[in-house]
Write a protein that binds this ligand. Sequence first.
Ligand SMILES: *Cc1c(COP(=O)(O)O)cnc(C)c1O
Length: 230
Amino acid sequence: MFEIKKNIVLIQQRITKAAFLANRKSADIHLLAVSKTKPASLIREAFNCGINQFGENYLQEALSKQQELADLPITWHFIGPIQSNKTKEIAEHFHWVHSVDRLKIAERLSNQRPIKMAPLQICIQVNISEENTKSGCHPDQLIDLAKAIKQFPNLELRGLMTIPKPTDDIIKQKASFATLNKLKNDLNEQLTLSLDTLSMGMSQDLEAAIAEGATWVRIGTAIFGERNYN
Ligand SMILES: *Cc1c(COP(=O)(O)O)cnc(C)c1O
């Protein structure tokens, strides 16, 4: 078998097994193939293996691959940090954004979403590892941000996303993901929402994420191999 085909089969087996162990339906766990730094030809190969959800982090790179792959019915997810001068093209060229972490970005995405398109599907990225200085809103800011996003007409708030501090300790992995799950449940209760999405789990920790309720796992390396940033 070709490498990508083999990798996808292995990932799907990991998802199925983790879902079984968590007493969950594997159909409730969606596979997002993270294709940053990888060429359009590999995305096409993965598409031919049955994957149609792809995640990208860098706007210019994503736009050029989208053009090359315009013949394929792919659902595109933006999952990287967002600068405000990038919101217009993100609003015009993606179906989902997993990495909204502040009001200004949400407001611009809503204003710039073309009205003939369906609402942009949104996850708020939350920073749950205190020592982690990366993107994501602080849990204390979550309620206000969710309230605001709910009011924007061209956004549909679906749930939460996180990238925890990497660790090999599955107990710690699970604790982070359980925290995100609880934040989602609290939001649903406090704002009477019905958020159904937890975007959490990558190549190294998808089992822990599925055990704690992930509905999207974002998998790069385990499908496409190591990334080379040169
Ligand atoms: C790169 C990336 C991934 C994929 O990570 P792997 O460890 O390669 O599976 C997932 N989510 C985000 C936000 C990423 O930037």
